[in-house]
Ligand binder design. Structure first.
Ligand code: PGA
Length: 255
C-alpha cells in the first residue's frame, strides 16, 4: 500500500530562525501524529538544509532539497552538487519544478540527468511534470504529460516503483489559488499510472507515489486524497504555516 506524502516546497521563503522554529514545532507535534501511513517532508532553501536536518533529529519529518546541479563538482559558481546534498544526509530532492523550467532552463533531459546522478547517491528524486494553461486549453494535456514522462524517464531503470516520486503539477494551478478539480487531477494521475504499466510493469505503477501539486491546502486535500491515484501533495504556499502543514499531515494520516 502506498504511503500518503505531504511534501512542502518552501521555494525562496524562510530564513534560518523561521526554518528552525517551523521544524522544531512540527517535530514536536508529530509525536502525537505517529502514523506509518503518512510521510511528512519539507524542502527548505539550500542554506538551511543542514539546520533543518539537525533540528529534525530522528523525527519522521524528512528534509528535501529543491533542486540540484547537473554537474558533479568544479567551476559552476552558485551550484550545489548531488554529492554535497548526500554529504549532508539529504534523502529527497525535487527536480523539474515548473519554476525551474520557466526561469532556469530546466528541461526533461536535464531532469533525466539529475535523476541518474541522484540515484548514484541514493537520493529519491521528486520529479515534477505538468501542462501550462495554454496547453490545457488546447486539449494537449495528455500529450504533454506523456512527452514529459518519455523525456524524463527515457532509459531510466525502475524496478520497484519506489525509486522516484512523481509530482503532477498543472502550471496554471501553482500559486494561483486555482486548484485542479479532483476529477481533472485524477484523470492525469491515472494516465501516468497507465503509462508506467505500459512502459515498466504493473508493480512499478502500483508502488509509485504520484503527488498532486497546485494550490493544495487543508481545505481541498481531503477530496484530492479521496481519488484513487493521488498519493499526496507537493504544496507551496500552504506548507509555510506549521499549523496548515500539520493539518495536512493529519489529513494524510487519517486517509
Ligand atoms: P502552491 O505551489 O501550492 O503554492 O500552488 C505548489 C508548487 O509549486 O509545488
Amino acid at each position: 500500500m502506498r504511503k500518503i506524502i505531504i511534501a512542502g516546497n518552501w521555494k525562496m521563503n524562510k530564513g534560518l530562525a523561521e526554518t528552525r522554529e517551523f521544524v522544531s514545532s512540527v517535530v514536536y507535534a508529530l509525536i502525537n501524529i505517529r502514523s506509518n501511513r503518512v510521510l511528512p517532508l519539507i524542502a527548505p532553501a539550500y542554506p538551511f538544509l543542514h539546520e533543518a536536518l539537525r533540528e529534525r533529529g530522528g523525527s519522521a519529518l524528512q528534509i528535501a532539497a529543491q533542486d540540484v546541479s547537473l554537474n558533479n563538482d568544479g567551476a559552476f559558481t552558485g551550484e550545489v552538487s548531488v554529492s554535497m546534498l548526500a554529504s549532508l544526509g539529504i534523502k529527497y530532492c525535487i527536480i523539474g519544478h515548473s519554476e525551474r523550467r520557466q526561469y532556469h532552463g530546466e528541461t526533461d533531459s536535464s531532469v533525466r540527468v539529475k535523476m541518474l546522478k541522484l540515484f548514484e547517491q541514493k537520493i529519491t528524486p521528486i520529479v515534477c511534470i505538468g501542462e501550462s494553461l495554454a496547453q490545457r486549453d488546447a486539449d494537449q494535456t495528455s500529450g504533454v504529460i506523456i512527452s514529459q514522462l518519455n523525456g524524463c524517464l527515457s532509459e531510466i531503470p525502475l524496478v520497484t516503483g519506489t525509486e522516484i516520486i512523481i509530482a503532477y503539477e498543472p502550471v496554471w494551478a501553482i500559486g494561483t489559488g486555482r486548484t485542479a478539480t479532483p476529477q481533472q487531477a485524477q484523470e492525469v494521475h491515472a494516465l501516468i499510472r497507465k503509462w508506467l504499466v505500459e512502459n515498466y510493469a504493473p508493480a512499478v505503477a502500483e508502488n509509485m507515489p504520484i503527488l498532486y501539486g497546485g494550490s493544495v491546502k487543508p481545505d481541498n486535500l481531503v477530496e484530492l486524497l479521496a481519488c484513487e491515484d493521488i498519493d499526496g501533495g507537493l504544496i507551496g504556499g500552504a506548507s509555510l504555516k506549521a499549523e496548515d502543514f500539520l493539518a495536512m499531515v493529519k489529513i494524510g494520516s487519517n486517509n
